[in-house]
Design a protein around this ligand. Sequence first.
Ligand SMILES: C[S@@+](CC[C@H](N)C(=O)[O-])C[C@H]1O[C@@H](n2cnc3c(N)ncnc32)[C@H](O)[C@@H]1O
Length: 211
Amino acid sequence: MTISPELRHAALAATGFMPEAEGDALHEAALLAAQTCPRLPFVEIGSYCGRSTLWLGDAARRAGTVLFAVDHHRGSEENQEGWEWHDATLVDPDIGRMDTLPRFRRTVYDAGLEHVVIAVVGQSPIVSLHWSMQIGFLFIDGGHGVEPARLDYLGWTPHVASGGLLAIHDVFTDPADGGQAPHDEIYRPAIDSGLFEPISACGSLRILRRI
Ligand SMILES: C[S@@+](CC[C@H](N)C(=O)[O-])C[C@H]1O[C@@H](n2cnc3c(N)ncnc32)[C@H](O)[C@@H]1O
């Protein structure tokens, strides 16, 4: 089962960084996780303007669960002014800081997914500290620096239920292809912990199963 044609169109038109093939792989993995962990919620770390959120929101709707979309909406380091991935249209002129929440809300609203996608606006490590629910599907695409990636691994992966899945974006084995933090601080430690096994890959997306 793939994302509906209307939502695919919306996802591809949304501002963001999720390539189509990886979005499809994310959607497929989330539905797979829902078979093993029925009704357990999905969690996304790093929603930005809601592009990956639409693939996951569609999967959550089909699975009869919800997606908690966690982001402080102030952008990652590489989204700030002067960096490669800065988008000046996402700056709140009154405070001079990034604010992706209005664009995110509009993306989710236009897609008709407000009943499925629950925005959690805050610092990921603080939210994870207060989180107690088991998670059926966890997607980590937040801060790509060493410390944010390490904190996302430590804070969120213990909540993935047995049989649930962990998806990690921007995992590059070769430093020439991209930053190493998602690989070194999330992907590798998850496997080395003996608690997760790799089950599939698409582009820079890696899917692991919680044993
Ligand atoms: C790479 S973007 C996510 C891209 C998105 N998944 C997509 O499909 O376009 C990373 C996002 O993580 C958020 N982020 C980075 N560090 C964070 C943190 N410590 N807590 C919450 N959100 C964070 C940023 O605000 C940014 O929106």
